[in-house]
Design a protein. Structure first.
Length: 209
């Protein structure tokens, strides 16, 4: 069953509180998205496997820990997910980056793929799918399925704000994918926006509203 981790770190809570404010402009919002992603990455990588490596310090030989395999990838769901990539890479700079683009079909209300570019060896990597908002869960479910269809087996989902409905949808569809959430909000409203939320993350990151 999927592990659902809701962050309780004071810095994450503080930064999300500033992000929620209407008066927070795009420049500050982008910085905060990146910073929260970096802090969440710290938590989401807590159980990565380590291996022993013998090295030489200026004093003597010793055994230290290194990430086992080191094959990681960050895959943002376009376009808002792009805002989280820099923060993730600040913590795991060797990670490769893929991109998944989805749009919602107005008649069926289902996500449709319009872009998918992944590292060639993505199937052998631990993949972090990132998107600031987990609302209905439709896009996240579709993006993760796209990765699984391409042979990816180890997937984690990282978001900043989630609605309970989205968490339920995602864990039901992909019980093998762990979720890392900055803040779990109350609900979705009739327009499928997260309440209290922070509005449209993409518009706020890119200043398109």
């Amino acid at each position: 069953m999927a592990k659902v981790v809701v962050m309780d770190h004071p810095l994450i809570q503080h930064k999300i509180g500033i992000m929620r404010r209407t008066e927070t402009g795009s420049k500050d919002f982008r910085t905060l998205v990146s910073e929260v992603a970096m802090l969440e990455c710290y938590e989401a990588t807590r159980d990565l496997e380590l291996t022993d490596v013998e090295i030489e310090t200026p004093i003597c030989k010793t055994t230290v820990k290194e990430l086992k395999g080191k094959k990681l990838a960050v895959v943002p769901i376009l376009r808002a997910g792009l805002g989280m990539v820099e923060g993730m890479q600040a913590m795991i700079p060797a990670a490769k980056v893929g991109h998944i683009g989805l749009y919602r079909d107005e008649e069926t209300a289902k996500p449709v793929e319009y872009f998918c570019k992944l590292p060639a060896d993505c199937a052998n990597r631990e993949v972090f799918v990132v998107d600031p908002m987990l609302a209905t869960g439709g896009s996240a479910v579709a993006a993760i399925q796209m990765l699984k269809n391409r042979g990816v087996k180890n997937i984690r989902f990282v978001c900043i704000i989630a609605a309970p409905e989205g968490v339920q949808t995602l864990t039901a569809a992909h019980p093998d994918v762990d979720l890392y959430i900055g803040a779990l909000d109350e609900r979705l409203n009739e327009h499928k926006y997260i309440v209290p939320g922070l509005g449209d993350a993409g518009d706020r990151i890119f200043g398109t509203k």
